[in-house]
Ligand binder design. Structure first.
Ligand code: COA
Length: 161
């Protein structure tokens, strides 16, 4: 085990959290003693779950881990300052993620030069996974038990019933 640094923030929309996100959180905890999952209340994104619902699901899923779950609106750099943290974890799935992630990392660095973004490669099982894919399958009454934690599957079923 490497000597872990203190704290990193893993931001995203998490509408809803998937096993792919969870894999990144668990691997983040191998590098950092504590991870804050920051749920974006971005009003531009059309979401299925309210920010409170998303936070609640993640808290339940991560209840046995050194994970804090909080929400934010506005700029990510301001949330980082509030939490006294300068490290962001982001996941890369396919090459297609790179351009957007690169742009976001550069913009964030411009806004706060102290900020560093760390990229973790998504596990190959989750390369194709996204929250939209999960919602689409669930809406069509398909099986998502291998893609999301059990509690998320239940909440999806409630939404689409
Ligand atoms: N496994 C599975 N799916 C993954 C994944 C993983 N490891 N990593 C990402 N994804 C999926 C997500 O499910 C999501 O799918 P969807 O588009 O179907 O909903 C998609 O990839 C995008 O991921 P996400 O992490 O949710 O990114 P986002 O673009 O929604 O969120 C924020 C990005 C919130 C971090 C960013 O917009 C932000 O910081 N906003 C605040 C405003 C700000 O500071 N702006 C300046 C910087 S640009």
């Amino acid at each position: 085990m490497v000597n872990r640094a203190e704290l990193a923030i893993y931001p995203g929309t998490f509408d809803p959290i998937t096993n792919g996100h969870l894999d990144i959180i668990k691997r983040g905890l191998k590098l950092f003693k504590r991870v804050i999952v920051a749920v974006s209340d971005n009003k531009n994104k059309n979401v299925l779950f309210s920010v409170d619902e998303r936070v609640k699901m993640i808290r339940e899923v991560c209840k046995d881990m050194d994970v804090e779950v909080d929400s934010f609106d506005g700029l990510l750099v301001d949330f980082l300052k509030k939490k006294k943290c300068n490290i962001v974890i982001r996941a890369l799935r396919a090459v297609s993620d790179f351009e957007y992630e690169f742009q976001m990392a550069v913009v964030n660095k411009d806004l706060d030069p102290e900020l560093e973004t760390i990229f973790l490669m998504t596990n190959k099982e989750y390369f194709y996974l996204s929250s939209s894919v999960v919602k689409e399958i669930s809406l069509a009454k398909g099986k998502v038990s291998n893609l999301v934690p059990g509690i998320v599957e239940k909440e999806l079923m409630k939404k689409y019933d």
